[in-house]
Design a protein around this ligand. Structure first.
Ligand SMILES: Nc1ncnc2c1ncn2[C@@H]1O[C@H](COP(=O)(O)OP(=O)(O)OP(=O)(O)O)[C@@H](O)[C@H]1O
Ligand SMILES: [Mg+2]
Length: 225
């Protein structure tokens, strides 16, 4: 269970203070497929980063199974980031000059996984996203849909319990977008929690729950199905 309690984020820019996330409280049960929607600038990415341990809240707490994420030791936090969560970004964040395999392997090396196990985990992740045949291809020559499948493979390679995906279908055509949504649903079926940011109402409608943000606050929280 991920629990956000009264999360607020403030930034100071030249003009003064802005607060992209204001007093957000949420409970995300294990295994839920949750989507976060809202206009551009409504605070979705800022919220996702705070939930995923990438951005310290100005106020409030994120509890992971009751443990305060931002009070963990540096070591526990590093372990959380590399073993318990996976991130998928709209812009893929892959190294174009490296092969598919190398891009995924980086995540495993950071996690300290031994070589033989790395090979097996990479095979398994690539099979899940249907990209095993491109294992030794350089990422730079892949199509957008293929790149996004590789970035999902990288996110799931360590069998994380939670996947955070920030508009993973934003740069894809309809068919590739549908495929990515199916992959995320499959991850959920395997017991993982998936938190997805999307602009696409059709994508949100296939998840279990839609949380709508407006000006940094939750204005709607609907259970589907
Ligand atoms: N590091 C930062 N410093 C200053 N302002 C920031 C910072 N990060 C985000 N913001 C501001 O916070 C607001 C919310 O940004 P955020 O990226 O969370 O929006 P979003 O809902 O993800 O938008 P989009 O749909 O366009 O991705 C924006 O006005 C943005 O400019
Ligand atoms: Mg965003």
């Amino acid at each position: 269970m991920i629990t956000a309690e009264h999360l607020t984020k403030s930034f100071h820019d030249g003009e003064g203070e802005i607060r992209p996330v204001k007093n957000v409280s949420l409970e995300i049960p294990n295994g839920q497929f949750l989507s976060v929607v809202g206009r551009s600038g409504s605070g979705k990415t800022t919220l996702l980063k705070m939930l995923g341990g990438l951005l310290r809240p100005t106020e409030g707490e994120v509890l992971i199974d009751g443990e305060d994420l931002y009070e963990m030791s540096d070591r526990a936090m590093a372990d959380y980031r590399s073993n318990r969560i996976g991130f998928v970004f709209q812009e893929y964040l892959l190294e174009e000059a490296f092969t598919v395999e190398q891009n995924i392997e980086i995540a495993l090396m950071i996690a300290g996984t031994a070589e033989k196990e790395r090979r097996e985990l990479i095979t398994n992740a690539l099979e899940q996203v249907g990209m095993e045949h491109k294992r030794t291809t350089k990422v730079g020559v892949l199509s957008g849909g293929e790149k996004q499948r590789v970035s999902i493979a990288r996110a799931i390679v360590n069998h994380p319990s939670v996947i955070f995906a920030d508009e993973p279908c934003g740069n894809l055509d309809y068919e590739n977008g549908v495929n990515i949504m199916k992959l995320l649903r499959e991850q959920c079926r395997q017991g993982r929690t998936v938190v997805l940011i999307t602009h696409n109402r059709d994508d949100a409608l296939v998840t279990d729950r839609i949380v709508t943000l407006k000006d940094g606050a939750v204005v709607r929280d609907e259970m589907l199905g």
